[in-house]
Design a protein around this ligand. Sequence first.
Ligand code: PEP
Ligand code: MG
Length: 326
Amino acid sequence: RQEVYRELRKKPSVTKDGVHVDLLMNAGLAVDLPQLTEAGAAGIGLFRTELQFMVASTFPRAEAQERLYRDVLDAARGKPVTFRTIDIGGDKVLPYFKDVVQEENPALGWRAIRLTLDRPGLLRTQIRALLKACGGRELKLMLPMVTELGEIAQAREILDREVRHLSRFAHHLPTSLKLGAMLEVPSLLFQLDELMKAVDFVSVGSNDLFQFVMAVDRGNTQLSDRFDTLSTPFLRALKQIADAGVRNNTPVTLCGELAGKPISAMALIGLGYRSISMSPASIGPVKAMLTELPLAELQAFFADNLMAPSQKLPMRALLQAFADDR
Ligand code: PEP
Ligand code: MG
């Protein structure tokens, strides 16, 4: 198998009928970087910057942040990298961050963009480190757990202010700056066109989106087999996101665990996703699926089945049968 995946690395990342799909990897620490070439990823679709904070015993200093981001970009050698601002709070606790209070529902609590907008010093330091590290290169910055569009506007204000500050001091600025939002909270599903217009790109965090759409704790093993990530309502939501991206000319990626399983990656591509980001070990198996996938047939399958009012078999079984037949 490993041999097969190694061979596949040299092949273009296209479906059997020639449609290109970007297979990106998720990362979070410097040790992940060699995987970029080993796995043959097209870039880093999600860099989880909070990991540096989680393995530290105190807040990483601005210089240490900048150094890591620079190392990531150097290792990527021109391949695109999407940095996510720190996604802490919830289940990602920093023992040294004393402001965090005990919460009844941490997944719904003071976390991610909510926390960093309330402690803008944290966000400002991180954004400044990113802007400096990306001098002369592209910066793609992504906000986690966005619930309202106002949060994007607030973050953009901080970003703009940092850009002005650095240019005043004649710093080498990024050649291009893209601001994106993660789509993880269902409120955004009901303002998709506005969302797509408010950002340069969207990345679906399917782990959290599934948790909130189904009202099921992503870490609760008692419930882990109960609801299916390939169930019709969830796939309909994912399709609406992909469609809204096309309609508004806004690039859409998906970077949750869903992207890393060949059967669900197949579904995503059938629903219109042309960029997915996964753990490095999944790139080989997903690419093996991709190169064998007759996409036009899968699109016809979804046209027949996704909106059909009743089905004898669950969607996962139908998709499995589609895959087995081919
Ligand atoms: C997600 O929620 O799908 C995601 C990619 O972010 P994380 O798993 O880090 O919450
Ligand atoms: Mg998430």
